[in-house]
Each structure stands twice: as structure tokens, then as C-alpha cells.
Design a protein around this ligand. Structure first.
Ligand code: GUN
Length: 285
């Protein structure tokens, strides 16, 4: 029997509805959460992502600023802007869209963002808090992945979760969040031997390896929850995940589509983080 589809689109809409309601209540008290996005250069995908973030802010009633800097912007200019946003009261969340142009030191920029406004959860202090299990702003895509798994109603505690991919943005943090849910976690990556054999042991399989349609049914345990974080543009212009959806869905119990799976959850979690940061900065939680 084909897998049940986990619709990140529908789950996102529901969560965004709750966020919008909370923003309205705050607005009635004269307060508005604010997000600043910094975009440097001309990467077309980044421009699309940033437009989607801007639209989400508008739709949910957030204050937003998008700072579009040219490819030639100096590191000094970027750091000056980040510092200005750090001390701007109307801004509670700051996101610097990655990747940055080669001449800019990504670490220096991410480290300059105020920890309490780091709604991407990429600052080393937020990463450290995630590792030791302390309260922190969680990275958006991994937080969205956990929400999607929870929505299946499948208990994570005691289950075997396999994460394919070890990036700082997805693989590593998602493995920590799965451990926090008491799953037993195995990490696979591009150098892993016998990857299909390991993946087939997974009750929960999270795939973020960046290779279109690499994970087919031979990697999937019957009934498993399969979460596809991949977002690859095919030669025909279509989007595809890292999972071969048509093949894997014949074996999986639950599966996320691409598009409409993890993607919408990332922005939803960004909005949730910005709302949380704004309440914390104003002593409302
Ligand atoms: N580029 C691709 N994904 C992300 C993300 O989650 N955050 C930022 N800042 N840049 C990205």
C-alpha cells in the first residue's frame, strides 16, 4: 500500500494561522514582531527564498525589512548593517541569507548576529545550547522536520532514526533533535559504506544529502517515516527531493513530498522563532 503523504503545506498553514492570531493579539497591545533579512548578491534561488520570507511576514502581520546588498558589498558593510540591526528595537529576528559571496567570511557574519535575534539558530552559542540540550532558538529546517514527524503520531522514543547527510544546517542539528526525542540515531554521509543496508533499519529516515532522487525503495524499511529535506532543480526545470518519491512511497508508511513537504515548514519555523524572540526581547515570556 502506498505511503500516507505528510503535507508540510497543510501543516504549515495551520501553524501559520495560529501565529497570525497571536500576532493580532500582540498588535492590539501595540506590539509587532519584526524580522530583518539580509541578502547579498544575485543568487536566483536565494532571491526566491527571500521573497517567500518577505511574503510570509506580510501575510502574518510581522514588520519586515529586506536589505538587498550588491555582490560587491564589503564584509565591513555587512558587519555594520548587522550591528545596526542588532540594536534596532523594531527588529527581533535577523537572518543573513546563505550562501554569501566568496569574499565574505560567513563565520564572522553569523557570529556578529545578536544571539537573542539569531532566528536561524546558526550562532555558535545557539548551536552549543542545542548540543547540551539547553533552551535556544532552534534551526528552522530541523525544527520543521521534527514537527512533521510528530504529526504522523508515530512515537519517536526508542525508535531507530537514520539521518542521511551531516551538514551544519540540517543533518547535525536534526540528529540532535531526534536524540532529544529519545530516538536512537545513526548518521550516514557521502562516505558511508552500505548506506542502503543501514537506511533499511530506520523506523524514521531523514534525508538531506543534496543529490536528486538518490534514495529509492531499496533504502526504505516497510512502514518507515521518510522525511525528504532535499530541494534539487532538475534539467527539465522541475524540483525534486533527495528521495525517489515514486519508488519510496510504495514501501514507506509516511512520506513528505517535494515541493510541499519540508520546504514550507522552514519558513513557518522562522516565523515562529521570530515571534518567540520578539516576546523574549520584550519580557512577554
Ligand atoms: N540558505 C539556504 N537555507 C538557508 C537557511 O535556512 N537560512 C539561511 N540564512 N540561509 C539559507
Amino acid at each position: 500500500m502506498a505511503a500516507e503523504i505528510i503535507s508540510g503545506k497543510l501543516i504549515s498553514e495551520e501553524i501559520r494561522g495560529n501565529i497570525a492570531e497571536e500576532v493580532q493579539v500582540l498588535a492590539s497591545k501595540g506590539f509587532r514582531p519584526g524580522l530583518a533579512v539580509v541578502l547579498i548578491g544575485e543568487d536566483p534561488a536565494s532571491h526566491v527564498y527571500v521573497r517567500n520570507k518577505e511574503k510570509a511576514c506580510h501575510d502574518l502581520g510581522f514588520y519586515s525589512e529586506v536589505h538587498r546588498l550588491p555582490e560587491t558589498a564589503s564584509q565591513e558593510e555587512v558587519l555594520t548593517l548587522v550591528n545596526k540591526l542588532n540594536s534596532q528595537d523594531s527588529i527581533h529576528g535577523i537572518l543573513v541569507q546563505l550562501p554569501l559571496p566568496k569574499h565574505i567570511d560567513e563565520k564572522a557574519v553569523l557570529n556578529a548576529i545578536a544571539v537573542e535575534k539569531d532566528v536561524d539558530g546558526f550562532h555558535p552559542i545557539n548551536v552549543g545550547n542545542l548540543v547540551i540540550g539547553d533552551d535556544s532558538l532552534l534551526p528552522c529546517t530541523p525544527a520543521g522536520v521534527i514537527k512533521l514527524i510528530k504529526r504522523t503520531g508515530i512515537e519517536m522514543s526508542g525508535k531507530h532514526a537514520v539521518v542521511i547527510g551531516r551538514s551544519n544546517i540540517v543533518g547535525k542539528p536534526v540528529s540532535l533533535l531526534l536524540q532529544r526525542e529519545n530516538a536512537t540515531v545513526t548518521m550516514c554521509h557521502s562516505k558511508t559504506a552500505n548506506m542502503a543496508e543501514i537506511a533499511r533499519m530506520a523506523d524514521i529516515l531523514v534525508v538531506a544529502i543534496g543529490r536528486a532522487k538518490m534514495i529509492d525503495a531499496s533504502y526504505v524499511k516497510p512502514g518507515a517515516v521518510v522525511i525528504d529535506v532535499g530541494m534539487n532543480r532538475l534539467d527539465n526545470g522541475k524540483l525534486a527531493g533527495d528521495v525517489d518519491y515514486d519508488s519510496a512511497r510504495e514501501v514507506a508508511g509516511y512520506i513528505t513530498p517535494v515541493p510541499g513537504g519540508v520546504g514550507p515548514m522552514t519558513i513557518t519555523m522562522l516565523m515562529k522563532n521570530t515571534l518567540l524572540a520578539s516576546k523574549r526581547l520584550n519580557g512577554l515570556v
